[in-house]
Design a protein around this ligand. Sequence first.
Ligand code: GDR
Length: 357
Amino acid sequence: MGNWKPFHNNKERKTTVIVTGVTGQDGSNMCDYLLDNHDVQIYGGVRRISVPNYDNIQHLKNNENFILFNFDLSDSYSIRNAIIDIQPDYFINFAAQSFVKSSWDFPVQTFEDDALGVMHILESIRIFAPKCRFYNAGSSEEFGDVVQDMQDETHPLRPQSPYGAAKCAARHIVRVYRESYDLYAIQGWLFNHEGTRRGEEFVTRKISKGIAKFVHAIEKGLTPKPLQLGNIEAKRDWTDSVDFMEGVWLMLNQQGQPKEYVLASGETYKIREFLENVLNAAKIKFKKTGEGLSEKYFTNDGKLIVEISDKYYRHAEVELLLGNPARAEEELGWKRKTNFKELCEKMYFNDLELLRK
Ligand code: GDR
C-alpha cells in the first residue's frame, strides 16, 4: 500500500479523510493505519460526552495531520457542516451504537444512529461532496440466523437484534444511494474484530481483562473475583481489528464500480475457546463443573474463576458466525496477519501489563 495514489486531482492539499468514532477501537486503528502508511490529513469526529475518553488517540495529540472535530450522528447539521467545511475525499464512518446487547434496551437510539445517521451522511455527501468516497461499517450481525455454513457476500440478511436490523437498513440505503446517484458508497461486512483497544463490555476484552485481574490479584496476595459470563457456547469468527483496517482502505480504493466485501478470518471458535486460550496464556490450570447456567471454572486449588449468569444472555442469540473472506483475498489481495491464538495472547498480556503498571 506504500505506492497508493490519491484518486482525486486536488493537488493543492493532502488527501483528506474524515474518520468518525475515532476514540473507539476501529476509528483509532484506522487513523494509525492511514498515518503510518499514507500521506493524508485526517479529521477525527468525536461525540461530546461528559467524561472524555481519549485513551486510544492520546498518541496522536500532537500530530498535525490529525485534527479533532465535534460530530454527532444524531445531529444532521453537525454532519452537514463537517462535510461542507472539510470537503473530504473519503468519509469512513465507524461511529455507531455498536453493542448488540444494548440494542434491545435502546432500539430507537440504535436505529437512529446506525441507520438514520448513515442516511444523514449520504444526503450531505450527495449534495455537498458527491466525489467523496464513503465507507459505512457493516456487520456479520446482518447475517444473524445463518443459513450457510460459511457466510459470504451472497448470504441473505437475517438479523436477530435491533442492532443487526439497523445495519441491514443502512446497507440498503447505502446501495440505493450508490445506484441512484452514482456515489462511491459501500458497506463492508466485518466479522468480529478485537484487540487491545477493544471496549470492555465486549466479551473478548471482558475475558482478557477479567483473567488478567484474577492473576494480578493473586500476585498481590488478594482474593481474586470470579468473572461472570453469558452464553459461552456461541461461535464467532474473530480477527484483529488492526488487520481489518487495511481491508477497509482497499475496499475504498477499488477501480471501477465499487463492490462490498466480507472481511473475516475463515475460522470460528466458541466463546469458551477464547476463555480457555486466555487461561492457557495465563498458565492457569483449570477444571470445570456443572452445565449451562450452573457451569463453573475453578483453578486446580479450588478458586472460582468463571461462573455463568443469565444477566448476560440476550433476547435472541446469533449462535454461529463463520465468514468466508475468499473474495476479499482474491480480488482485494487482503489477508489477516494475526491468528486466533495470537489474538487471545496479545489481549491478555496487554491487560496484565496495564494492571502491573
Ligand atoms: P457481538 O460481540 O455481539 O458478536 O458483536 P460481543 O463480544 O458483545 O458478544 C459475542 C458473543 O459472546 C456472547 N457472550 C457475551 N457477550 C458479552 N458482551 N458479554 C458477556 O459476558 C458474554 N458472555 C457470552 C454473546 O452472547 C455473543 O454471542 C460485535 C460488535 O462489535 C458489533 O458491533 C459487531 O458488528 C459484531 O461484533 C461483528
